[in-house]
Design a protein around this ligand. Structure first.
Ligand code: NAD
Ligand code: AKB
Length: 312
């Protein structure tokens, strides 16, 4: 990758990915784009609505990029609240980004999610290749997106690559309306109030990952030798399988008086119940050397100190 366009660059992943790519490839080699102008100095930036294919194509052409990282999307809870809008953005935006990649011969990355699985998927150590019959609009978008990326690869030779991200935990930008957002909120509320009321019930396990592991995975996959990739869209990657009480336990090691309570949100709970407890990253490890460095305790130590600095 020499020059990269990022869509949805002001979101939870994009706001950190853009900085990391600029540190690796150079400040002027990463063109960040999103629906709205950023606050402050964000480096090279263009407003792009991904549902406008012409606008996306024109910006990619103008900057002579050779790669696109397509992040713009609605996440699971928002997509369930606005299913048609989710289809238009998640599928329409992806189709426009793939068309741009096809026309301009760009390398392509877009994330799928643990949301691409459904209640009939094996729940523990979910294999790479398995049943995918999700029951949410987000999941329908993610499975369709994985297939669409495979299609553009096999039919048009576009170099498409992707991962199925777990719930991502970070402190730079807030999460954008997902089911796993509680795992970020809990750290902010621990520092602010010493307590957290979880909208996901005790005993609900989902895969989670600290942002540095997620960002390293993107770069490693994009730099991987294409001849070694049997799979492409999209690789399971995993780091932490946890329920709300596991976060509380990890936080209590630093803040013994931390209090956890529960007030379950039926919509987000039913989404969480349809997703796996843990997924297997064996194919990603074998084909491009994926590994995660953060377990829940190491992540918690870092999150608490970073959130404390940010808030105070
Ligand atoms: P986010 O909600 O934080 O950010 C999405 C960004 O897309 C926002 O800045 C928003 O303004 C932008 N956007 C929305 N509609 C747009 C449009 N029409 N045109 C241009 N930009 C638009 O999301 P995120 O967490 O950064 O997720 C990025 C990608 O990663 C998504 O595909 C998401 O499904 C996937 N993913 C995220 C997680 C996670 O935990 N964050 C987990 C699995 C997969
Ligand atoms: C969400 O909860 O929607 C995201 C995801 C796991 O895709 N964090």
């Amino acid at each position: 990758m020499k020059k990269i366009l990022v869509t949805g660059a002001l979101g939870q992943i994009g706001s950190e990915l853009t900085g990391m790519l600029r540190r690796i490839y150079g400040e002027d080699k990463v063109i960040a784009t999103d629906l709205r102008e950023p606050e402050g100095d964000f480096g090279p930036f263009e407003v792009v609505d991904v549902t406008n294919g012409e606008q996306l194509y024109d910006v990619a052409k103008k900057h002579k990029v050779d790669s696109v990282m397509h992040l713009a999307a609605l996440l699971s809870a928002k997509a369930e609240a606005f299913p048609k809008m989710a289809w238009d953005i998640n599928m329409g935006g992806l189709l426009n980004a793939l068309e741009t990649a096809k026309e301009l011969d760009l390398k392509f990355f877009t994330p799928s999610s643990i949301g691409a699985f459904g209640p009939s998927t094996p729940r523990d150590q979910t294999p790479q290749d398995t049943l995918q019959r999700p029951t949410t609009m987000y999941g329908v978008n993610k499975v369709s997106g994985e297939l669409l990326c495979d299609y553009y690869h096999s039919r048009f030779g576009v170099d498409t690559r992707g991962v199925r991200f777990p719930g991502l935990i970070s402190y730079v930008a807030p999460p954008g309306g997902g089911t796993t957002d509680y795992a970020v909120e809990i750290y902010y509320e621990a520092i602010r109030k010493g307590a957290y009321e979880s909208y996901i019930s005790k005993g609900t396990y989902m895969d989670m990952m600290y942002m540095p592991d997620a960002l390293n995975a993107i770069v490693k996959l994009m730099e991987a030798n294409p001849n070694k990739l049997v799979h492409r869209n999209a690789f399971n990657i995993a780091a932490i399988s946890a329920a709300p009480e596991d976060f509380a336990k990890a936080i209590k090691k630093h803040m013994p008086d931390f209090k956890m309570s529960y007030s379950v949100d039926p919509i987000r709970q039913s989404i969480a119940d349809s997703w796996p407890n843990s997924i297997s990253a064996d194919a990603a490890a074998a084909e491009w050397g994926f590994e995660a460095k953060y377990d829940i305790d190491r992540m918690t130590t870092d999150m608490l100190s970073k959130v404390r600095k940010k808030i105070n």
